[in-house]
Write a protein that binds this ligand. Structure first.
Ligand code: G3I
Length: 328
């Protein structure tokens, strides 16, 4: 049997398998570039399209990195998940300091129309809203929310839709993979938006879940039955379902490195199988190409191994687990 890449297997299923990308690595590491384009058919824009990166000052846009990344995707026939138009925790200071309601709304509209308009026809899906819900399951009391309330969410979708009528518009959230207070609020919010005919097309489950740990950012592995029911209820709203930022850190788990990798592979497979059982599930994006560059190392200051390829680009048990799930 011919040894197919993950990309080929995904393609055959009409499915997107993506990785989050940091554009500077495309310039400095040819193995990174080669692995990305041969194994994946989608790119997640990890940081370069975030507001602080792309619109650092009121009258300043910096499109170099994102333009380059979109060109790369087009040349390599890869779809793009644009991340993200509104990330209320990470808005630039200049935006949070706006004291006038009308000015804030105008800035938001201008940003969304400019960024979405620039990449019209080149992006498959946008995370319009990222991490809107706080840890207690309420709307985040960010300067943005305090000033404009829920209307900024409705408007963001309407503006984005106007700027690119064909792009799919998502709400993306962490820790809502199962049925819980936070996924309930997300579900209710989307139901309300859809009732008002706001163009919401998809739900993104980030899936930053860990072996052997359960803190507020990195929850333990999901309960699979609850996850299945939860994915299904969002799909039943007519939404496209994506896993948008998957990684499974192993540093808190017990056992040898090899044992942890096997356990990690099992988790990738089980989660992907459950997701694939939901009809509208169309994309899985892992939050990085290789363990060599991953955000867990950065926040924990410990070398972790959350992804599909190891630090030498060797395929890990997690790679073969994803492969198996895509072959089934
Ligand atoms: O690489 C530089 C380093 O040279 C410099 O010395 C250092 C000083 O702070 O910064 C390093 O850059 C950091 C970068 O991560 C490294 O990859 C940035 O400060 C840091 O802000 C950045 O964090 C990103 C984080 O979002 C904040 O925007 C992560 O890369 C990125 O993976 C992470 O992604 C988020 C999603 O957008 C939303 N969901 C959760 C996910 C993980 O936090």
């Amino acid at each position: 049997m011919i040894n197919k890449s993950l990309r080929e297997l995904a393609q055959a299923k009409n499915f997107y398998l993506g990785a989050a990308v940091l554009p500077n690595l495309l310039k400095k590491d040819s193995k990174y570039t080669e692995t990305l384009s041969s194994e994946f058919n989608m790119i997640g824009t990890e940081n370069c399209m975030k507001w602080r990166a792309i619109h650092p000052d009121i009258n300043k846009y910096t499109f170099d990195e994102s333009d380059g990344l979109i060109d790369f995707a087009l040349k390599n026939d890869m779809a793009v998940r644009g991340h993200t138009l509104i990330y209320s925790r990470k808005m630039p200071e200049w935006f949070n300091n706006i004291k006038d309601k009308k000015l804030m709304e105008e800035q938001l509209e201008e940003h969304i129309k400019t960024v979405v308009g620039r990449y019209r026809g080149k992006i498959y899906a946008w995370d319009v809203i990222n991490e809107e819900i706080d840890f207690e399951g309420n709307h985040q009391q960010s300067p943005l929310f305090k000033m404009l309330g829920i209307s900024h969410i409705e408007n963001a979708f309407l503006w984005a839709h106007k700027a690119d009528p064909d792009v799919k518009l998502f709400i993306n959230e962490f820790g809502i993979e199962e049925i819980n207070k936070r996924s309930d609020l997300t579900y209710k919010m989307i139901q309300d938006l859809l009732q008002k005919k706001v163009p919401v097309h998809g739900i993104g489950f980030q899936m930053h879940r860990a072996l052997g740990s359960d803190d507020k950012w990195l929850n333990k592995l999901p309960d699979l039955e609850s996850m299945r029911k939860n994915f299904q209820r969002f799909a039943d709203l007519g939404l496209e379902v994506h896993i948008t930022e998957m990684d499974i850190p192993i540093q808190k788990a017990i056992g040898s490195y090899e044992e942890k990798l096997i356990e990690q592979g099992k988790a990738y497979k089980e989660i992907l199988e459950v997701a694939l059982s939901v009809k509208n599930f169309k994309a899985l994006v892992v939050w990085g190409v290789t363990d060599l560059y991953n955000w867990i190392d950065f926040i924990s200051q410990t070398k972790d191994a959350p992804l599909l390829f190891d630090r030498e680009y060797k395929k890990k048990p997690a790679y073969f687990a994803v492969k198996k799930a895509l072959e089934e």
